[in-house]
Design a protein around this ligand. Structure first.
Ligand code: SAH
Ligand code: SF4
Ligand code: F3S
Length: 441
């Protein structure tokens, strides 16, 4: 079989990254090798994100750019996958004659068949969101970006229906992978030299809730902690309403679980949190932060914030700023509210004007910038464990890795290879990373 090439452009969250890695595995079996040059590809794929309007618009501008390659060589196939595909599949096929197939978020395994059809001149669409979909059918085939740290999906879909969010509509109902299958995948990864795993899902704390034979999330953490060779466990995302005492206790007692947690709060105002259908109050959230800080000294907390949610007053926004100060986050991601078709928040009155939302976004980012820099500078002079991921792209001869608190470190000194755990003395705290030198290896 002649090797063909695929150019895959990926957008969105870590779930999309994991889907892309799985898809590359499936395509490898079908005779494709990946290329980062679209001009030489036989197959062009866009794995899309629908979370905000801007992300969605990007699909159409990218298609406009990439279909030029098909115009030059009609043998080139174009496929659109992922969350925009799920939401707008029919529209994409109707609007873009250059697109040969569209597969939604549970369509990875269908892609080889869709390619065959496209070669025979048939355009196709796969949008099923059936619960019984079995992601395990391509376990361990993934072609992963990193050889050191692996993404491992544990739960697909989302049942939370936060009022602003499109994910439950494009990813379907929650579906937990069997614990035995996850364990086997993690064992194999550790056997191949992976040192770190990040368990992923829209709400990892819901893991196993729907099926009796499965472990719950805490049980899964205990199970994976036993895997020999594995050094670090992370997970993302945790919904604050479901972060239990037992998970906090597991984080405190199981040494492989890193001292870092992404806990999206979205807003500091109870009224806004209620309208967002988040299921917790400001004080519930801050209590959990306090519990985490007590149980896990040095834990790095990160969050997501939405500004300009409908009806967000200046007073509501001030509460968000004060929560950011109180929780003392290490880092955050902030977004301007973007109304999404079909969600409850799309119909809410009292939109916040663009200028106000823009000002609030800047204020959140400014405040966090100060906090992050202060935290990074406080680490100067300390020695931290770093997992070496690869070369520092900016300075030749230097390395890049992450601390257990998930901070990026650029460092020199010592003889290391990716996958090593080294002790690094921090010399500088910068806005987005730390720099230092190896003290032992
Ligand atoms: N399941 C995760 C991640 C969801 S998407 C969670 O519950 O946290 C990542 C982030 O995008 C969200 O945390 C939220 O801050 C942001 N987001 C989601 N929908 C949005 C919208 N309509 N407008 C602006 N930001 C949004
Ligand atoms: Fe969206 Fe809420 Fe589900 Fe996260 S928990 S994916 S924000 S609906
Ligand atoms: Fe985007 Fe889909 Fe993830 S909408 S954030 S790629 S689940």
């Amino acid at each position: 079989m002649k090797t063909k090439t695929v150019y895959l452009k990926n957008f969105g969250c870590q779930m999309n990254n994991a889907d892309a890695e799985q898809l590359l595995g499936v395509l490898h079996r079908a005779g494709y090798r990946a290329t980062d040059r679209p001009e030489e590809a036989d197959l062009i794929l866009l794995n899309t994100c629908a979370i905000r309007e801007k992300a969605e618009q990007k699909v159409f501008s990218d298609l406009g750019r990439l279909k030029v390659f098909k115009a030059k060589d009609p043998g080139v196939l174009i496929g659109v996958l992922g969350c925009v595909a799920q939401a707008e599949g029919k529209k994409i096929l109707a609007r873009e004659p250059a697109v040969d197939f569209v597969a939604g978020t549970r369509g990875t395994a269908e892609v080889p068949e869709m390619i065959r059809k496209a070669r025979a001149g048939e355009r196709s669409l796969f949008l099923s969101l059936e619960d019984e979909f079995d992601p395990g059918r391509f376990r361990n085939e993934s072609i992963r970006e990193s050889r050191v740290a692996a993404l491992v999906p544990i739960i697909y879909g989302c049942d939370n229906f936060c009022s602003y969010c499109v994910v439950p509509y494009v990813r379907g109902r929650e579906w937990s992978r069997p614990a035995a299958e996850i364990l086997q995948e993690v064992r194999e990864l550790a056997g191949r030299g992976y040192k770190e795993i990040t368990l992923i899902g829209q709400n990892v704390n819901s893991y196993g809730k729907k099926s009796k034979e499965n472990e719950d999330f805490c049980g899964l953490l205990h199970l994976l902690h036993e895997v020999n060779g594995l050094e670090r466990i992370r997970f993302v995302t945790s919904h604050p309403k479901d972060l239990s005492r037992s998970v906090i206790a597991a984080m405190a007692s199981l040494h492989k679980i890193c001292e870092a947690l992404h806990l999206p709060v979205q807003s500091g105002s109870d009224r806004v949190l209620r309208d967002m259908n988040r299921g917790y109050s400001r004080s519930d959230y801050l209590k959990k932060v306090e519990r985490l800080r007590e149980a896990i000294p040095g834990i790095a907390l990160t969050t997501d914030i939405i500004v300009g949610f409908p009806g967000e007053s200046e007073a509501d926004f001030e509460e968000t700023l004060s929560l950011i100060r109180e929780a003392d986050f290490d880092r955050l991601f902030a977004f301007r509210f973007s109304p999404r078709a079909g969600t409850a928040a799309e119909k809410l009155p009292d939109p916040v004007d663009e200028e106000t939302a823009g000002r609030r976004l800047a204020a959140v980012l400014d405040l966090q910038k100060e906090q992050t820099l202060r935290k990074h500078q406080a680490l100067v002079g300390t020695t931290v464990e770093v997992l070496v991921e690869g070369a520092n792209p900016k300075v030749s001869g230097e390395w890049m890795g992450r601390t257990r608190a998930n901070k990026i470190v650029h460092f020199g000194g010592g003889r290391t290879v990716p996958g090593d755990l080294v002790d690094v003395r921090i010399e500088k705290g910068l806005p987005n990373c730390l720099t230092g030198r190896v003290v032992s290896s």
